[in-house]
Structures are given as structure tokens and as C-alpha cells.
Design a protein around this ligand. Sequence first.
Ligand code: COA
Length: 142
Amino acid sequence: MDLVPKRAAESATEMVQVVLPNDANPLGFILGGTVMHLIDIAGAIACHRHTRTLLVTAAVDGLEFLHPIKVGDLIILKSRVTCVFTTSLEVRVEVYSEETLTGRRQQTSRAFLTFVAIDRDGNRVKAAHLRRAERLRRKSQV
Ligand SMILES: CC(C)(COP(=O)(O)OP(=O)(O)OC[C@H]1O[C@@H](n2cnc3c(N)ncnc32)[C@H](O)[C@@H]1OP(=O)(O)O)[C@@H](O)C(=O)NCCC(=O)NCCS
């Protein structure tokens, strides 16, 4: 794991895509589940950029849908790491809609997610660090 301190601005991420009919409910608004999917991805990208590790989503807190986003509008997701713990980190994701013809933008959702770093075997990175320390300790005794 890259342990060099990193500023949140370095991993901050912005995703933009157009809302297509396939993403929408019968009212012509984007599905909540699609927004949740995009929030997960936007949060994960910022956390991957921050840690350069494999990660799993552990929790999603405070998800709110403030306004609908209609087909043809842009959906913009801004994610930013807000706190780093031992093997986990918190990221804030804010979602905006933008009308393509007017540029009118408004915030439609926000959420805080927690991701946990894991290794390729699915173990938490903390455990890998302990094994590495033990390995190096044994080597130093040879
Ligand atoms: C997330 C997961 C790795 C945590 O495993 P665990 O054995 O409960 O982890 P631990 O109790 O050792 O905690 C490890 C870290 O995760 C954090 N954590 C665990 N559960 C959490 C939760 N529900 N919310 C926030 N943080 C959580 C702990 O605070 C700890 O953080 P720290 O090391 O920075 O202090 C495990 O529950 C898991 O694999 N869940 C499934 C993840 C998944 O499939 N996600 C969807 C697809 S990516």
C-alpha cells in the first residue's frame, strides 16, 4: 500500500454522464438504484486513487434523494475522501443534475461511503501488514 500522505484534492473525482431512457422509471426520471450504483463507483474511484489498493464497500450512510433527474439531463458525481482510518476510509459523494440546454445545475443527492482495503485473497490489508512485519522480523533473525 502506498503510505505516502496524500491530499484529498489529489484523489477527488468527477464523473459525468447523460441520463438515457434505459436508466429511467416510467415517469422519465433516473432510477434510484442507478444513482446508487453510480455513487458507489464514484466513491470507489476516489478511494482507489487515494489508496492504490483493492477495496470493498463496507457502508453507505446518509443517502438522500433531494430532486429527480430527468432523461436527457446530465448526472454529475463529485467524490472526495473525507477521512482515512487504519484499513478503511470515508468518502463523500455529491450528485448534481445539469440541464443540457440551460446549464442549470442543482444538487440531487449526497452520501457518505466507507471502503475497506483488502488484498487479493480478500483479507483486510491490516492483516497483510502484520504478516509482512512478521516475515521481515524472521528474515532479520536469519
Ligand atoms: C467490509 C468488511 C471487509 C469488514 O470486515 P470486518 O471483519 O467486519 O472488518 P473489521 O471489523 O476488522 O474492520 C476493518 C475495518 O473496516 C471498518 N468497518 C467494518 N465494518 C464497517 C461498517 N459497517 N461501516 C464502516 N466501517 C466498517 C472498521 O471500522 C475497520 O476500519 P479501520 O481498520 O480503519 O479501523 C467485510 O464486512 C466485508 O467483506 N463485507 C462485504 C463487502 C462487500 O461485499 N461489499 C460489496 C461489494 S464491493
